[in-house]
Design a protein around this ligand. Structure first.
Ligand code: EPS
Length: 404
């Protein structure tokens, strides 16, 4: 239903995003997008590049007087660092000789990139595989976020651990136990996390995490971590069990896994559920205040590839950044001799940013499923269809099962 494309190299002129398929009349401003772009740049442990960039998306088309037109929305994010790379990354004729990069960094896309694309310079792999691209994703997915807000659907995230140091905040247990306020809003979580330099909910453990990052920095090393992404206000019935490619759980896993350096994705209690009895794992169905509900939410808001109406709970793991200041073994492709890996400017930790990118990707998947189910060329039409469905959800069941 909806799609987006991103283009741009890390040290090229800039990044472009084209977003297509959203209905008309959604309010969208550059300021709204900028706020999310700023959130993606935050986090203790980012490298010098983040001091150079101050990301802003210029909307080039698809919006008039702050409302979407239903036509493709194109956006442009300038790379401020381009000034330092205009010769080396020129799209035209080569003006000077540059040293070709021939030592691949283990864990990065360097080696597989030169093998696959038949390059003679690792720079060509580095540029597009860089996580700089995720700035364009966050901009593109801001349209999805804004669209979801029209339905009261909010997405937020927080960091659970960095380098094996876990935030001790137990909020997530309450989510799994469905021990949360009926008006729980996932964006409030993000606002709370944004107050922390490492986007954790528990300030006491923030310092322990920062100390671990300081240690990594001192050793010229890097760290990864885990984070949660949550969506609230999601109606029951998005996705389907009727076919493998209609399950919303597979779309979520796919989209989060597509983020640079993400190596694992869990929905609900995921891996932990594999270690427990069924009776401890499944969410009992119950009546709360005369309405159907579930006692717990260990399923993370999805059963049979379909949303249950409870918050969507996704957890993911990001591996440590592959660019290390401390040397590890590699091979110089120009001599085919063993050598220590090349040093390069980079981030030490990007888990807080990764969580913001994951919010964006989850928002995209939810928006896609809302539009698949409810359609509409204008936001008013989509909302009418949405309200008609959600308002009859329970009464239809009661009618269907009523004993004659
Ligand atoms: C990245 C390396 C670093 C990061 C970059 C991703 O950039 P540079 O090589 O210019 O120092 O800062 O992330 C961003 C630029 C960004 O906007 O997130 C990499 O190799 O993936």
């Amino acid at each position: 239903m909806i799609r987006f494309l991103t283009a741009g190299e890390s040290h090229g002129k800039g990044l472009t995003a084209i977003v297509e398929g959203f209905p008309s009349n959604i309010t969208l401003t550059e300021e709204y997008i900028e706020n999310h772009l700023k959130r993606r740049q935050m986090g203790y442990g980012r490298g010098l590049r983040m001091k150079i960039e101050s990301d802003k998306a210029e909307i080039l088309s698809g919006v008039r007087f702050e409302k979407t037109l239903g036509s493709p929305i194109s956006m442009y994010i300038k790379n401020s660092d381009w000034e330092n790379w205009s010769d080396e990354m020129a799209t035209g004729k080569k003006k000077a000789d540059f040293e070709k990069i021939s030592i691949p960094r283990p864990g990065h896309a360097d080696l597989v990139g030169v093998q696959k694309y038949n390059f003679d310079d690792i720079r060509n792999s580095i540029e597009r595989s860089s996580a700089r691209e995720t700035a364009a994703r966050v901009a593109a997915c801001s349209v999805a976020r804004k669209f979801l807000e029209e339905f009261g659907i909010k997405v937020g995230s927080f960091v659970e651990s960095i380098g094996g140091v876990y935030d001790k905040e137990k909020f997530i247990d309450n989510l799994f136990l469905n021990n949360i306020d009926e008006n729980f809003n996932a964006w409030d979580l993000a606002v709370g996390a944004d107050r922390s330099e490492v986007r954790v909910l528990d300030g006491v453990h923030e310092n322990r995490i920062i100390n671990k990052i300081k240690l990594a920095k001192k050793n010229g090393d890097t760290l990864g971590g885990t984070f949660f992404v949550i969506a609230s206000g999601v109606p029951a019935g998005l996705g389907s069990f009727t076919h493998y490619d209609k399950k919303i759980s597979s779309d979520i896993a796919n989209s989060i896994m597509s983020i640079n350096a993400v190596k694992a994705v869990e929905i609900g209690t995921g891996f932990d559920s594999a270690n427990s009895f069924g009776s401890e794992s499944h969410d009992e169905i119950t009546i709360v205040n005369g309405k159907l509900g579930r006692r717990t939410n260990r399923a993370g808001g999805i059963e049979g590839g379909i949303t249950t109406g409870l918050p969507i709970i996704v957890r993911a793991a990001m591996k440590p950044i592959a660019t290390l200041m401390s040397p590890i073994e590699s091979v110089d492709l120009s001599t085919m001799n063993k050598i220590v890996s090349r040093r390069e400017r980079s981030d030490f930790v990007a888990v807080p940013a990764c969580a913001v990118i994951a919010e964006s990707m989850l928002a995209w998947v939810l928006a896609d499923h809302i539009l698949q189910k409810f359609g509409g060329d204008s936001i008013e039409e989509t909302k009418d269809n949405f309200n008609s469905y959600t308002s009859k959800l329970n009464s239809r069941l009661t009618k269907n099962f009523k004993k004659k």
